[in-house]
Design a protein around this ligand. Structure first.
Ligand code: XMP
Ligand code: MG
Length: 186
């Protein structure tokens, strides 16, 4: 076992306790928003980054809900996402017109991925009511006019890992969100 596993963390940005409190608070907001709706609720998680957040959020929500996942990837130069999104794993359901769709995502960064996804869900799946719930929001990086409806934390423009977020597929299992040391990727 590599005991240096967490040595890549510059500092903790959101502790496990803070995340747990914010998840509870956001869950109450979501419950209020959907309480009087006649439509079914679908939580749509984006793999793989959303899995830890999704697991905690869905347990906290006191509403009847369904869960599905999509896997998306973005092609372009470097680590920044582009508008060129490819579906690696799609939705089971074709018709989402009878659903309130709540996209559950780890982080809204440039917004390119979710801007594309919202349009896709309307166009190809007939979704009408789509809201966005993210653990993290990096508003300084936004390139598209897209906003978080239910968000836990707004963070500065730094690369973060943990609680679902990875660096080269590692560190998703850390129970907190931390800033990755620059020396790791520079
Ligand atoms: P957009 O399209 O909003 O992309 O730019 C959001 C996706 O980019 C990834 N992302 C990160 N992943 N640490 C990560 O581990 C970060 O700091 C970070 N910023 C963006 C993430 O997959 C997200 O879904
Ligand atoms: Mg992601």
């Amino acid at each position: 076992m590599n005991l240096d596993y967490e040595n890549v963390v510059e500092r903790v940005l959101c502790s496990g306790e803070e995340i747990s409190e914010r998840v509870k608070s956001v869950a109450r907001d979501i419950e209020k928003y959907y309480a009087d709706s006649d439509k079914k609720l679908l939580l749509l998680g984006i793999l793989k980054g959303s899995v830890v957040f999704m697991a905690d959020l869905m347990k906290e929500l006191k509403l009847p809900l369904e869960v599905d996942f999509m896997k998306l990837s973005s092609y372009g130069k470097g680590a920044v996402s582009t508008g060129n999104i490819v579906i690696k794993a799609g939705l089971e359901k074709k018709d989402l017109s009878g659903y309130n769709v709540l996209i559950v995502e780890d982080i809204l960064d440039t917004g390119n991925t979710l801007y594309w996804l919202v349009d896709y869900l309307k166009r190809e799946h007939g979704a009408q009511d789509i809201k966005i719930c993210t653990l993290l929001d990096k508003p300084d990086r936004r390139e598209k006019p897209i906003f978080v409806d239910f968000g836990c934390f707004s963070i500065p423009d730094e690369f973060v890992i943990g609680y679902g977020l990875d660096y080269n597929e590692l560190y998703r299992d850390l129970p907190y969100v931390g800033v990755l040391k620059r020396e790791v990727y520079e």
